[in-house]
Design a protein around this ligand. Sequence first.
Ligand code: AMP
Length: 283
Amino acid sequence: MKVVKTIEEIRQEVRFLKEKGRKVAFVPTMGALHDGHLSLIRLARELADDIVVSIYVNPEQFGPNDDLDSYPSNLKDDLAFCEEEGVSLVFTPDTKIIYGDEKKYFKIEIDELNTHLDGGSRPGYFQGITLVVNKLFNIVEPDLAVFGQKDYQQFQIIQQMVYEFNHDIELIMAPIKRADDGLALSSRNAYLNEKERALAPLLYQGMQRVVKAIQDGLLKPESLLKEVQKDLEAKSFKNDYLGVFSMDKMAPVTSLQKGKRYLLAGAVYLGKARLIDNIIFEC
Ligand code: AMP
């Protein structure tokens, strides 16, 4: 496994692999790797000959009140983890390498896909993500890239970006990896103290309750969603959003149709952590 920092080096290494006819998969991450990332790497390994993992905490996707300064990082463990999983290349650039120092003249704008869910709650978040993923795609030029369903809106926005900007990259969505008690794995779970960690699975449990009620025939889930949010608040969660959204545009849906697929998505604050989760279900 090679660990490289500069754009020139990673380009050269990937070119070298491609000249040998190898299929290259890319797994972009912000580090503090956990079993969720592991599942992406393992899926990539099934689909390609070589895996490139990037580890880069992208400041452009953090708002002024976000956790950029405290975002967990453990490069040594991350590299051991990648090595063990047979990753070929790890790209660990810094911000000077990715963004340089000079004034910028271009910005990415995202239309209605960015209105709800995290797009609505975190201004600038997906502009920052698409900016860095665009750069990383242009730098690494993989054959395919794997992202997690945990960030469903991110996947949809990047998919649209790949289409509109003509990146020749196949995108694969990996299922959400959960702890045994149902909590979706996340680097930010490290912020939870013991008591909060014990409460954290209630978000997923509440969401499962909503999906079950819908599948049992509840086609207008608005009041149940409010009830679940109230229950979470009683357990010291602060709600950001919880709702049913369309799969393609991620627009809120209040009246569901039998036989259609929807996204139930939620975001809450618990202590210092912001937790997100989602379930894709058929009505
Ligand atoms: P991050 O390091 O949080 O930016 O995540 C890097 C990639 O891992 C993204 O594509 C995430 O959607 C994905 N990911 C994060 N947590 C999970 C999880 N629990 N299960 C599956 N994929 C995940």
